[in-house]
Design a protein around this ligand. Sequence first.
Ligand SMILES: [Zn+2]
Length: 354
Amino acid sequence: MNVVGIMYSEDLTKYDFGEGHPFRGKRFSDFLITFKQLGLDELPRLKIIQSSPCSFEDLLLVHNEEYLEMIRQGEKRYEPLSLDTPLRPGMFEAAKHVVGASLNALKYILEGNAAAAVGLGGGMHHAFPNSGGGFCIVNDVAICAEYLRKKEKIKRILILDTDAHYGDGTANIFFETSEVLFISIHQNPSTLYPGTGYIREVGRGDGEGYNVNIPMPVYGNDSCYELAYSEIVLPLVKEFKPEIIIRNGGSDPHFSDKLTDLGVSLNGLRRMGEIHREIMQISGSKGITLIGSGYNPIILPYGWISIILGLSDIEFSLEEPIPLPTWINDESILIQAKNFVKEVKNVHSAYWSL
Ligand SMILES: [Zn+2]
């Protein structure tokens, strides 16, 4: 594979909810420091590229003007969008940098610079057209997909969401279209925010069968994810034949994450990047990967780097900074995952050859 462009800007660090909040802007500079400490900036196949903010018009691809104006006014008065998503002056501009990095990554591959690119900060999948929450103000994942549909007339887009949380905003935006296949692998929604993303939420109207939710049991480990890839993700990719694949999700499925209860190792995060590369190869498509989440600052840079290394097919030995817990390979976890995967196949066999 040729170069993988990684879109980064110092301005991303302004996407910061403040002291005591689990989403701080320092995550972006922490990533870059570790990336350089490991000497990865010297590899010719990984290229850090200065990203630029998106325009107001880009945001209108998904969000309505009243909502955007509400953020612009609300941030001056420190009004929260939701309990967990406080606004502070400058957040609207910072959000435009997040979306900008994702759109820059998309345009980078559309212009033929590479088969794959990374947008740092992206994956704001809890934002809806006229509301936000879950640390998300505007939905860059959906904006990228809408850019492809509206500006590039691309009709088969796959979004693979591997964030620990369900991408409820993204799912909602594409719930009634067959042009976007949304596959989400996330912690069992009865045990984690946002509390939706059950198997039977399959889409509606033209979109029926195009919303595929694969819940993972609490402590769901690398083996559980492999099962989801081989039994559901790969067959769906072969049948849907996407033209572009957007993957989103950072390091929050890691076993040490402080907000979630999954059991994925650094190697499991690398596998998320590898699977992205594999499904691009299978379908002959290009893709972008959007990385922003992660709530254990010790793991976050290593987790993000693992995903990027997997996507780029670069062998690089990374040691797990935190020892693997004893429960991580408990057999009962895989049994629960098998049951979830079986149910997904049962429900979606009405729409796909599963
Ligand atoms: Zn998350």
